[in-house]
Write a protein that binds this ligand. Structure first.
Ligand code: OOB
Length: 550
């Protein structure tokens, strides 16, 4: 007997591409999807774990019951202000109890949160607001020194669909800003959404161009978080630290905030990932699990040399978002005293995890294997043909929690999704016989110099083995003579090697002459994206500007 498949309530069919009936049946029959909505699962967590500690930040702490009361009052407050079923609402909040309350309150009243990151600025926010046709924007009053209200005003001026700005914190500027503290109403029941409809809009994590909106359905996102919690063996005894921006898929649902709350664990929100502040948070709350990007992982490992805090409660460090070098991977257990898990994921869906029982070389040297038996993986060459096991190609994927199209992007979707529904990840990977994937780079991260293709990531991997190089990004800089010239941007450790030394080092490592950098630039840091990945497009822009000036 098949459960009834409810069809999503689609405003404009071109905006949201749902799962088709056949795959919907497969995932329901396999018991992966539970034909439920996020507000319903939230209510079930409250029933099961009511008096346990749910969420904590640096100013307050709520049990599941207390969180529920806040969520229900805030949901009613949003509804009283005209926010209703299917309305998109931009959320841009730092890691905090407020973030969780707003997220669950919007879901409760049927709105679709558009989960932007605190580091997004005018360019991204205006684009995301316009594309989602958001009716409201929830922000903090400020983010460090940054005046978020000014950003909200600019966004409102540029995007007429936004009717109201809700502000967490003091709002003494009057007019259109509504203090979140006043968004309170009498709790009530809201109509149930379709589990097949979109629950949240995530933001794509690319390092080029403007971000895209990623519609995740109730069915698929609930499964995403629950299955991830199982793989990470999360239990009610765990304390999960959200230190990457919680609006990002990794700390939100892999298993993150949602996965942790789903098993009755406690979520601790921290705003600052630097060891001098966050190590004390780990000690104070006896944090057991957290998720980081590779650059932070390196920093945390190094910081254990001088920071005194007791990190003995940590049992699992998840690392993902960008390639973790084996050198840094090897540092995790001895420095932080916990198990490493590599996570290769994407907001678009597919997640790969190394598992507790995996041999050390798989944990150090691979980016894990797919979460679900129903994840379909293809690795294809430039013609779209499958490559043999062990060979490199582009990763295409389809499965129970991978999108069928970006939101409101019909034209782009014809390129991003194959005719049979596989998402083209743009990632270059190789699959081992065990099913584990090794990420070797981005398809587009290839520099074309004098008609020869040079893989940036291969040079980066080699350069990282140089003792004078702590971090490196190899980029192609437009050059009228050769098309693109090869530039190595280096963060030195100790004395930086110069161009001749870098070329000699790579030559000794067996690199061909045409792959050697034309230029070496030394920096104290590399720019990063909103989630902390090296921002190569920014480096290329800077290098290009410098070239124009000189
Ligand atoms: C995560 O999600 P996004 O959407 O910010 O970025 C996805 C892209 C992937 O397509 C890949 O290019 C890269 O980030 N990436 C990795 C990686 N994890 C992500 N590249 C190499 N090694 C890894 N371990 O970044 C994300 C979402 C959920 C969980 C973890 C990461």
């Amino acid at each position: 007997m098949h459960p009834v498949i409810e069809h999503p309530d689609i405003e404009n069919p071109a905006d949201f591409v749902p799962f088709d009936d056949s795959r919907t049946r497969t995932y329901l029959d396999a018991g992966l999807w539970r034909e439920t909505t996020l507000p319903e699962v939230f209510a079930s967590w409250v029933d099961r774990f009511g008096s346990r500690r749910a969420i904590v930040d640096d100013t307050e702490e709520l049990t599941y019951d207390e969180l529920n009361s806040r969520v229900r009052a805030t949901a009613a407050g949003f509804a009283d202000r005209g926010i209703g079923s299917g309305d998109r609402v931009l959320v841009q909040l730092p890691n905090s109890v407020c973030f969780a309350v707003v997220l669950f309150a919007l879901l409760e009243c049927g709105a679709v949160p558009v989960l932007t990151l605190p580091a997004h600025r005018r360019r991204e926010i205006v684009h995301l607001a316009a594309t989602s046709k958001a009716v409201a924007y929830v922000i903090a009053e400020r983010d460090g020194n940054f005046d978020c209200i000014a950003l909200a005003d600019e966004t409102m001026a540029a995007v007429p669909s936004i009717r109201e700005v809700f502000v967490d914190g003091p709002t003494d500027r009057g007019g259109v800003h509504t203090p979140l503290s006043g968004v309170v109403g009498a709790p009530r029941e809201f109509p149930r959404a379709s589990p097949a409809d979109m629950a949240v809009l995530l933001v794509s994590g690319g390092t080029t161009g403007l971000p895209k909106l990623i519609p995740r359905t109730h069915n698929d996102y609930e499964y995403n978080a629950r299955a991830s919690a199982e793989v990470c063996e999360l239990t009610a005894q765990d304390v999960y630290l959200a230190v990457l921006p919680a609006a990002h898929n990794f700390p939100l649902a892999c298993p993150g905030v949602l996965g942790a709350l789903g098993v009755g664990a406690t979520v601790v929100f921290a705003r600052v990932p630097s060891p001098d502040q966050v190590f004390a948070v780990i000690e104070r709350h006896r944090v057991t699990v957290t998720a980081l990007v590779p650059t932070l992982t390196h920093l945390w490992c190094e910081a254990t040399d001088w920071e005194e805090a007791d990190l003995s409660s940590l049992r699992l460090l998840q690392v993902g978002g960008a390639k973790l070098s084996p050198e840094v991977a090897k540092l995790v257990e001895p420095s932080l005293g916990c198990r490493l898990q590599q996570v290769f994921g994407m907001a678009e869906g597919l997640l790969n995890y190394t598992r507790a029982g995996d041999a050390p070389d798989l944990v150090i040297g691979t980016q894990g294997r797919p979460l679900s038996e129903h994840d379909e993986i293809r690795i294809v060459d430039a013609d779209g043909d499958d490559v043999p096991v062990g060979e490199t190609g582009e990763l295409l994927t389809r499965g129970p929690y991978t999108i069928n199209g970006y939101y409101s992007a019909a034209e782009h979707n014809t390129k991003a999704i194959t005719p049979d529904g596989f998402y083209r990840s743009g990632d270059q990977v190789r699959r081992l016989a065990s099913g584990h994937l090794v990420v070797t780079g981005r398809i587009k991260d290839v520099i074309t110099r004098n008609g020869e293709n040079v893989a940036a990531d291969e040079l980066e991997d080699l350069l990282l083995t140089h003792p004078g190089i702590a971090r490196v990004a190899v980029i192609g800089v437009p050059d009228p003579a050769v098309g693109e010239s090869i530039c190595a941007v280096i963060v030195p450790s100790g004395s930086a090697p110069n161009l001749a030394e870098v070329r000699a080092f790579l030559t000794a490592a067996g690199c061909a002459g045409f792959t050697l950098p034309d230029r070496v630039v030394t920096r104290t840091t590399l720019p990063v994206t909103a989630i902390g990945k090296v921002d190569k497009s920014m480096l290329v822009r800077r290098a290009t500007e410098r070239q124009v000036r000189t």
